[in-house]
Design a protein around this ligand. Sequence first.
Ligand code: NG1
Length: 459
Amino acid sequence: MTLPDGWDAEEQARVKRLATKLRTDHATQIIAVRAPGRVNLIGEHTDYSGLPVLPVAIDRSTIVVAAANTTGEIEVTNADPAWPSRRFAIERQIPPYETGDWADYVKAAIQGVIDRFPTHALRGASIVVDGRVPPAAGLSSSSALTVSIAMAFMASNQLELDPLEAATMVARSERYVGTHGGGMDQAASIFGRRDHALFIEFDPLRVRAIKMPANAALVVADSRQIADKSGTVRAEYNRRVVECSLAARILGRALKLDGATILGDVVRAYPAWNAVELVEKLAATSPAQLGANLKDAANILGVTQNALDADLLGQGPTRIALDPTRPLEVLKRARHVLSETERVIHAATVLEAGRLDEMGTLMDASHQSLADDFECSTQRLDEIVECARRGGALGARLTGAGFGGSIVALCEVSNAAAVIESIDRGYYAKQYPGAAPENWRAVLHAGAGASVIDMRATA
Ligand code: NG1
């Protein structure tokens, strides 16, 4: 049988090994899913405002092997013993583990399928996970995991969804872990295409593949500053989700738009919008900073503080907790998101035309905006970006949520080795003297999106 695009020889061998155990324990059908991580070229912190992004799925993936069982439970084992095995019952509302447990991402994916098929009698599944997307590096190992689990669980229950619907379902389900993210990572993992970047738009989700120019190389380097999404980074991320939504609500009211809750609502209402004008409008209507108790914001919006609080922060276990001692930055965040959106739209055009120099310039500007206005870069990310540029990269920026994690540098294929050398010498040798940096940076390639195979057919 011909495998779907994206499975390399090593991955095929891995799933066969993982399937052996399930094959002896379960006589039923065995499903294997491969779902890649992603690196975002440009369009950072725009997805949860419903604004476009331009990532590539990468040739690093998570592989999952699953078989339906009769216990009514999910039994999940990780090939890496650092992540302990877990077992939980399938129920209408699955209670989460303690914050930070890796298997909460498994629960998130299963809960997403339960919510999507609420009247279906779902069978349990035994699942083995083998993840090869570096965790906490800004390459979306979490979405590779949730996408692969959701697809495996659906397949083991003979359920199918259109890919656009599947991406939307998994994006929503990942919020179970408490991060109020957008839909970039899950869409990239599902729609990845070899040698292509993905121009992804939201509300409704649309994906257009853009061929990567043949002379372009992507160097991805991990700062090794852990961007741990379950702790302070989650709080910082969610804070920005709130700040962006406040900017949208205030701008929406100033422009007499009914019900704008994300900046995408504002942009979509004005096809001829531009970032400078919208930011000026916002500045004229609202102070640049607002108190975290939302009192001033409620006044500006003409709503009660309680109503705004419930609407913005949510309720229950995924309610956003705001540090009350810091002001909310409304203007700076909006300036980043709106200017970044202009850059993404421009980037799609220049990438398609193979104008790599211009693409690099846009990536540099994106990093600057993330550092100054979105305040999600770090000294270490700035340093590693600088090293990539010194090595001759056409442009470089942090990729993913930031606060640590990886950078992506765009360069000519012929120059990739020099960029890597510059990062090794200027960053790793200083931060980690004497260490071998080979596993911390690589030239990554745009790869295929997630796919499911029936192991019986490949045995
Ligand atoms: P990573 O880098 O995987 O933490 C997060 C969000 C994205 C997007 C980026 C910033 C999740 C699962 N992912 O990515 O949706 O908002 O930050 O552009 O929350």
